[in-house]
Design a protein. Sequence first.
Length: 318
Amino acid sequence: MGTLGVLGLELVQMDTPPTTAYLQIYTDKRCRANCLFCAQASGSSAGLTHIARGMYIPADLDAVVSRLKVAYERGYLGRACIQTALYDAWWDDTVYLIERIREVSGIPLSLSVFPLGDERYRELSKSGVNELVIPLDACTQELFDKIKGKSAGGPYSWEGHLDGIKRGARIFRNAGTHLIIGLGETDEDAVKIIDELHGYKVNTALFAYTYIPGAQLEPENNKDSIRHYRTVQLARYLIEEGVASYLDMQFLDGTLCDFGISRDAILRIIEEGRAFQTSGCHGCNRPMANETFSKIYNFPRKPNDEEIASIKRDLGLD
């Protein structure tokens, strides 16, 4: 909906418009995968116009492509992100959309997709995809199997996804993945895999699990969830910026108890605020993707003073 608002195809009231256009190819068929958190999953009864909180309203392709060109040229958008589902014609549809966009615009393109062969990775790169994203979603092999692998009735495997991510990072200069925080992982589980992926030059974007009615995975009722999320956010930032690594940090029964830097340094980073803004591809701010106004996990712009104070409370540093 935010993308349609920026493109002028819907009247949408926004205090922070998206800086990336989020494009989901429309199909009336459910995805053949069965990721339990996803509204599009084969076993889901949720509406097909949702992925997480974001609504994806079908729109005319010609209008979207032409307005995407104008929005990029005028500086309203810095990127377009194509998100795929697994259905019979997904490859042809994806390539067609990329070609249509590239006919009129040089807007940077990201593609979020499941693992592919190297030949297709190279074809996507030649066609104009600048950043490749392969969502891992889960922080451990056990959770992966439970929510999107064999135990979930899905076609994916932990080994296959990690292999696909590593191969993609060798072909694309910019490669990334997604992790959903709040699926039952510990601080240590999340920080360890973020650090491992960073070693492969893979950027990790964080999402908070957002339940949609009809999805197969119920939300955890965990009062510690915001502390956990903020902890992983801060640890991710330290790793990505080269300030500290997993080996520098200390954990007690899976809970992070030492970031490996001084308290004063932590407070300076919190005050700066960037660690708690949306992570992902260049130019992605993803406003309200998994947030409500009462609980913002990923800030789509620099947090204000009140929000900084809230972050400190979340981390027990007030």
